[in-house]
Design a protein around this ligand. Structure first.
Ligand code: C2E
Ligand code: C2E
Length: 180
């Protein structure tokens, strides 16, 4: 049943694809990348200071914030092969098949700017707004790598974006395994 299958793949709060769909699509596009020698990019977006937001405004407002951000991210993505997924609590992961690291940074700058321009108030400072940080990674899928290497690298890039002051992206290539 197609409708039922759709429901099990969609995050009910934000209406973007869920974690299960992420895992499935990443494997699917990984396989295609191996067969067709196409590189694959991943962007992990995390809402900055989301815990403060929830603590200050309450969980219902937190839910609306997640919905707004999910909608804003979805509006930045135009190719049918690109998908926005809810990866964790306040984290969204975007799979960009057949997209270079350079292309993924174009998208990531778009995402950061779009959320900032949305202008949702935040309590972290007077006239503060909701922002996101993004970690970007790219890999040419092949036997030496695992899909989890792409996720791990995007997470590292996200960590760097947070450490550099948030409201920005950082990008890293998945490095070939060291010889020996
Ligand atoms: P698509 O890949 O499904 O993209 C749908 C729409 O998303 C595009 O409609 C465009 O408005 C936007 N879009 C997607 N990727 C980009 C991009 O890299 N830069 C910009 N500025 N916009 C993008 P559009 O322009 O009417 O194109 C329709 C379809 O024609 C595209 O569907 C794609 O299949 C093909 N196409 C158009 N231009 C190119 C191109 O330069 N290279 C390739 N490989 N395909 C293209
Ligand atoms: P651009 O619009 O400045 O996009 C630069 C690069 O960002 C693209 O390189 C692609 O790697 C990435 N990118 C931009 N939009 C999207 C998107 O919606 N999804 C994904 N996955 N990646 C995106 P690329 O593909 O080599 O395209 C180079 C230039 O060719 C684009 O510069 C744009 O001017 C044009 N182009 C490519 N595809 C389309 C299209 O479907 N429609 C239109 N109107 N222009 C396109």
């Amino acid at each position: 049943n197609y409708q039922l299958q759709q429901l099990t793949m969609i995050d009910s709060l934000t209406q973007v694809a869920n974690r299960r769909r992420f895992d499935e699509y990443l494997l699917q596009e990984w396989g295609r990348g191996v067969r067709e020698h196409l590189s694959l990019s991943l962007v992990i977006c995390d809402i900055d200071h989301f815990k403060d937001y929830n603590d200050h405004y309450g969980h219902q407002a937190g839910d609306r914030c997640l919905q707004e951000v999910a909608k804003t991210l979805s509006q930045c993505i135009s190719r049918p092969a690109d998908i926005v997924t809810r990866y964790g609590g306040e984290e969204f992961a975007i799979i960009l098949p057949n997209t270079t690291l350079e292309g993924a940074t174009v998208i990531s700058q778009r995402l950061v700017t779009a959320v900032q321009q949305r202008g949702l108030p935040h309590n972290t400072a007077p006239s503060a707004i909701v922002t996101i940080s993004c970690g970007v990674a790219n890999v040419l899928p092949m036997a030496d790598y695992l899909p989890s290497d792409l996720v791990f690298t995007a997470d590292q890039a996200l960590y760097q974006a947070k450490a550099q002051g948030r409201n920005q992206y950082q990008a890293i290539y998945v490095m070939p395994p060291s010889p020996g």
